[in-house]
Structure formats: structure tokens, C-alpha cells
Design a protein around this ligand. Structure first.
Ligand code: UD1
Ligand code: CA
Length: 451
């Protein structure tokens, strides 16, 4: 088996993006365009060459950790010129897969078919039939259907422009053919560019057969040239993911209003309502129900959890059977125990909440360790910050904190204690005691309101 090397062309300016960011660094789903192409390439070949140009240093530093042979194309003289710059780095007996850095949704399945097709004759190209082929290079075949050449739109005759089979630009070619023919390509065409596509005509004239694979999925070969196309491909990518999730048993109330920008895994009978965004790595147990407008990043959510509408959860674990929201915000490093309840307008940060404990309304819980079966009344605030440092709050199992209390950290509240509503607690409260800090209520009889 010949070794496969991949060349990814990514030197184009991308001026139509109207952006300071190089085109291939624009993000689709969870990674930049070039990241998607690299993922596909890594699955297929060990050796990856990326041709870069404009904004290249930014691109290189983004992919610093990847094993890539970066090749600078100082002047963008055409796709043929770009590949020519790589020739000195290509082995003599390999097969070369050519991909575009701005065509992110190419599938492994198609690439494998394409590579297979090139085994016999050493050359295969990926084509696609488009209702509207405008702007693309057209595939010109002879009367037997053999590929003769590719003609660019700008060089095409009226007759050739009617051809609906287009060149996707993606090809697989044996390195000896590439090395033999590429140096001979001239730039005598409408754009004065060195067209990689001219190699097709040369190889065909040399009596060799060029094979093709035709994909019926236009999205696979769609490039991103502007932000509208980026947004269109994002939606297609999301719908593709949603399709797969639904086939695997996830219920999406509306697949068109679902975004996963990372990895999502789930057990049986999970349901996700509209407008939710998942990012990072999210794991759902079984029977997890997520209401509309929730944003969930890097979390593990155990079975039978309900996340009510408009909740945000980040870098946290939610224990089985708990209920979070509506309008809750769970910030990083939080662990919610089983069967706990976090209600509306509650913010929890870097805290653990024990089993069956409740924080039902309007609270801030930060840097806290709350035991099991604790009830935190409405409007309780852990005062964790003294202006310089953060301090912890500990609340033992079975305690009850009345509404509207401030717990000034560092503070310990022992098990089975009660804190009277409206207290500001600054000293530790031992196990089984009542902590209270309010002034006595006075009542003045027959009080007249001032006029
Ligand atoms: C190219 C093909 C055309 C095909 C189309 C598919 C040629 C001559 N034409 O046309 O047949 O239908 O793609 O999208 O190949 N690039 C470089 N260096 C350069 C020029 C381009 O790295 O000097 C990179 C670009 O960044 C891009 C890719 O090559 O990723 C394609 O270049 P582009 O200028 O978009 O080619 P098209 O004119 O669209
Ligand atoms: Ca293009």
C-alpha cells in the first residue's frame, strides 16, 4: 500500500470575508474551517502539508500542537503554483490527496471512495452535479464519458458553461504523476494563474485514464468565501449532527433550532427543547429533559435530571434526579447532588450542594460546601469575597437557612442548625443551634403617617 500524503491549500486571502482574521480560522461548529479539514486529513494520512500565505503566522500558531509541514506560498499565483511549492517535500512513491482549507464539511466516506478510485490509474477527481454550476471549473468528458479536461468558468465556451458536472478541486493523484506534469503547467489563461486543473488535460493526453467520484451532497464540497456561506454551512452542519443524534434516539423538539458546538452524548429518552446550545463535552444520562433556551457547556448531567427553561450551566456536574432552573446559572466547578433543587434566579459558583438540598429562589451561593437535606431560603447570599480574597462557607446536613440571610465567609454552620430569616451571620454556628442576628422589632402604637 502506498503512503498517503495530504496537501491542504489554504493560502487564499479570503478578502470576501471582510475580516482581520484569516479565512481558514473562522469557526464552524466547534473549530476553525481548517480544523475540520485537518481532522479529515489526519484520519487518512500521517503526512500533512498545509500551504499558507496571508495571515499565515496566526494560522500556524493556532495549530501549533499539530504535526503539520507548513509551506509558505508567498505569492498566490494559482492552485497549481500552490501545489508546486509542496513538490520538493513529497515522497516519490506516495499518493497525494489534495484538499482545500476552506471546504470544511468533506466527509471521510467520500475521501476514502476517492482514494480507492485512484489506486488503479493513479488519478481520481471528486466531482459534483450542480443545478447552478456558475463559478466552478467544469468537467469535460469525451463521447465515451472519459474525463478529458477541466475548464474554468472564465475560460469556458458557452457550450462548456452548460455542463453541470463541476470540479470540486479535491483530488487524489500519485506523486510520480504530480512530479512529472505539474512543472509543465503554464499560466496562459483568462486569470494568468497556474491552474492545478490543467494537469487533468495533460494526464489524459498522455493516454492515462482519470477516474472520478461524484458526490450528491453539495455541502461536502461547498467552500466558504463570505460570512453568508459560513452561516449556511453552519446550519447544514448542525442539521447533519441533529439528524445523527435523532437517529441515535435523542428527541429534539425542533432540529432547526438546536446547536451543538462540541461533543454531546446521551442515554435513552432524553429530550431537548428549542434554542439550546451545547458546547465542549456534554454527557447526559437517561431521561434528561432540557427546556428551551438553555446553554450548557462542558457538563455531565446524570439521569432523570430536569433543566428548566433559560438555564446556563458551565463546567459542572448535576446529580441524578435534580431539577435546575428556570433561570438558574450554574458556574464552573459546581457539583449538584442527587435529587437537589436549584430554583429561579439562583447563581451557584464553585460549590457543592448535597443530596436533596434545595436552593429555590434568588440566591448567590459561591465557594460553598452545602450538605444533604439543607434548605436555603429565598434570597440567601454567601458573602464570599472581602474585596481581596475569596472565603468558603460550610453548611452541615439538615440545616435550614431562613430567607434573606447573609452568611459572611469564612463561616461554618453545623449540622441541623437553623438560621433565622434576615440574619447576617458572621460567626460560626455550632451543630444543632439557632443562629440569629436581628435587632428586636419595636412596635409603636397609633403611629400617624407624616402628611
Ligand atoms: C478552484 C478550481 C475550480 C473548482 C473550484 C472549486 C483551479 C484552477 N480551479 O477554483 O476548478 O471548481 O476551485 O471550489 O484550481 N489557493 C492557494 N494558493 C493559490 C490559489 C488558491 O492556496 O495561489 C487555495 C485557496 O486558498 C483555496 C483553494 O486554493 O482554498 C482554491 O482556490 P480558489 O482561488 O478559491 O479557486 P477557484 O477559482 O474557486
Ligand atoms: Ca473558490
Amino acid at each position: 500500500m502506498q503512503e498517503i500524503e495530504t496537501i491542504i491549500l489554504a493560502a487564499g486571502k479570503g478578502s470576501r470575508m471582510k475580516s482581520n482574521i484569516p479565512k481558514v480560522l473562522h469557526v464552524l461548529g466547534d473549530s476553525p474551517l481548517l480544523g475540520h479539514v485537518l481532522e479529515a486529513a489526519k484520519n487518512i494520512s500521517k503526512k500533512i502539508h498545509v500551504v499558507y500565505g496571508h495571515g499565515g503566522d496566526q494560522v500556524k500558531s493556532f495549530f501549533n500542537d499539530e504535526d503539520i509541514n507548513w509551506i509558505l506560498q508567498e505569492q498566490q499565483l494559482g492552485t497549481g503554483h500552490a501545489v508546486r511549492e509542496v513538490i520538493p517535500h513529497i515522497k516519490d512513491h506516495s499518493r497525494v490527496l489534495i484538499l482545500y482549507g476552506d471546504v470544511p464539511l468533506i466527509t471521510l466516506r467520500t475521501l476514502k471512495l476517492l482514494l480507492n478510485e485512484s489506486i488503479e490509474t493513479g488519478f481520481s477527481i471528486l466531482t459534483c452535479i450542480l443545478e447552478n454550476p456558475k463559478g466552478y471549473g467544469r468537467i469535460i468528458r469525451d463521447k465515451n464519458g472519459q474525463i478529458e479536461s477541466i475548464v474554468e468558468e472564465k475560460d469556458a465556451s458557452e457550450e462548456q458553461k452548460k455542463v453541470k458536472e463541476i470540479n470540486t478541486g479535491i483530488m487524489s493523484i500519485r506523486s510520480d504523476l504530480l512530479k512529472e506534469f505539474l512543472p509543465r503547467i503554464k499560466s496562459n489563461n483568462a486569470q494568468n494563474e497556474i491552474y492545478l486543473t490543467d494537469i487533468v488535460d495533460m494526464v489524459s493526453k498522455s493516454g492515462r485514464q482519470i477516474k472520478s467520484v461524484t458526490t450528491s451532497e453539495e455541502y461536502e464540497v461547498s467552500g466558504v468565501n463570505d460570512k453568508k456561506q459560513l452561516s449556511e454551512l453552519e446550519r447544514i452542519h448542525q442539521l447533519n449532527q441533529a439528524d445523527q443524534f435523532m437517529r441515535d434516539g435523542l428527541l429534539l423538539r425542533d432540529a432547526a433550532r438546536f446547536d451543538c458546538r462540541g461533543e454531546l452524548s446521551f442515554g435513552q429518552d432524553c429530550e431537548i427543547d428549542i434554542n439550546c446550545i451545547f458546547s465542549g463535552k456534554v454527557t447526559l444520562g437517561s431521561n434528561v429533559k432540557i427546556g428551551p433556551n438553555c446553554i450548557i457547556n462542558n457538563c455531565s448531567i446524570d439521569s432523570n435530571v430536569q433543566i428548566l427553561p433559560n438555564t446556563m450551566i458551565e463546567n459542572s456536574n448535576i446529580g441524578a434526579g435534580s431539577c435546575i432552573g428556570p433561570f438558574a446559572r450554574i458556574r464552573p466547578e459546581t457539583v449538584i447532588g442527587e435529587n437537589a433543587k436549584i430554583g429561579n434566579f439562583v447563581e451557584v459558583k464553585k460549590s457543592s450542594i448535597g443530596e436533596s438540598s434545595k436552593v429555590s429562589h434568588l440566591s448567590y451561593i459561591g465557594d460553598s460546601n452545602i450538605g444533604d437535606d439543607v434548605n436555603i431560603g429565598a434570597g440567601v447570599i454567601t458573602c464570599n469575597y472581602d474585596g481581596t480574597n475569596k472565603h468558603p462557607t460550610h453548611i452541615g446536613d439538615g440545616s435550614f437557612v431562613g430567607s434573606n440571610c447573609e452568611l459572611v465567609a469564612p463561616i461554618n454552620i453545623g449540622k441541623n442548625s437553623v438560621i433565622g430569616a434576615g440574619s447576617t451571620i458572621t460567626k460560626d454556628v455550632p451543630e444543632g443551634s439557632l443562629g440569629l442576628s436581628r435587632s428586636k422589632q419595636s412596635v409603636i402604637a397609633n403611629w400617624k403617617k407624616k402628611k
